[in-house]
Design a protein around this ligand. Structure first.
Ligand code: E4P
Length: 219
């Protein structure tokens, strides 16, 4: 399972590439707002960090766009910033139409804001490179998500579609485990989620126990 960082902060991205060897980056308008950058500025700067690597960066089209034509136009503009970009298009009727056109023209698309199995299937049918079911948002609203990830993965893999399932809005180590057990291809999570996930209180407890033993030997 690949690990992507969900962020538009360049210092976080550089750190995660260097120290965690992350496989990709996902961004959205809220991340851009938090990083204080317009999408073009982010695209230019992040391209400096990832060009010449296999690391993909997902960039989202303007969420106000309502027609497939406008989404296609903006997607093409965003791909002009480098060859690592995958364009995020929403799972809406015009979004699916834009996906079809873009895929035919060789643009890689990440279908975002997926909340149902049928949205995932339509994305897969029309050639999505990544399909992003959101888990954290549902759970924050009291819905249990384990089954949702399982269903999306099973439905898409059942038919041999090539799209990769990118489990998004991952908030906890449990979400990572659920995604891995469901056979998802990728997870994306924020910087703080990874920081917490790489630590475990039992590992810390074990280190204290072994440090004491070490000191007994070498005192
Ligand atoms: C994924 O591609 C999305 O950007 C992301 O996971 C959305 O979640 P968040 O902004 O709530 O973290």
């Amino acid at each position: 399972m690949l690990f992507f960082l969900d962020s538009a902060k360049l210092d976080e991205i550089a750190y995660a590439i260097e120290h965690w060897k992350i496989d990709g980056v996902t961004s959205n308008p809220r991340h851009l707002m938090n990083a204080g950058m317009k999408v073009e500025e982010f695209a230019e700067k992040v391209n400096e960090l990832v060009k010449g690597t296999e690391i993909t960066v997902s960039l989202e089209v303007n969420p106000h766009l309502e027609s497939a034509e406008k989404m296609v136009e903006e997607a093409k503009h965003l791909t002009s910033f480098g060859s690592n970009f995958v364009i995020k298009i929403p799972a809406t009727e015009p979004g699916f139409e834009a996906l079809y056109t873009l895929t035919k023209e060789g643009v890689k698309v990440n279908v975002t804001l997926v909340f149902s199995v049928v949205q995932a299937i339509q994305a897969a049918r029309l050639g999505a490179f990544y399909i992003s079911p959101f888990v954290g948002w549902r759970e924050e609203r009291g819905e249990i998500d384990v089954d949702f990830i399982n269903k999306v993965v099973k439905a898409v893999k059942n038919y041999g579609f090539k799209s990769k399932i990118l489990v998004a809005a991952v908030r906890s180590a449990k979400h990572f485990a659920d995604a891995a057990l469901a056979g998802a291809d990728i997870v994306t999570a924020g910087f703080g989620v990874y920081k917490k996930m790489f630590e475990n209180p039992y590992t810390k407890m074990g280190l204290d126990i072994f440090s004491d033993a070490w000191d007994q030997i070498y005192k």
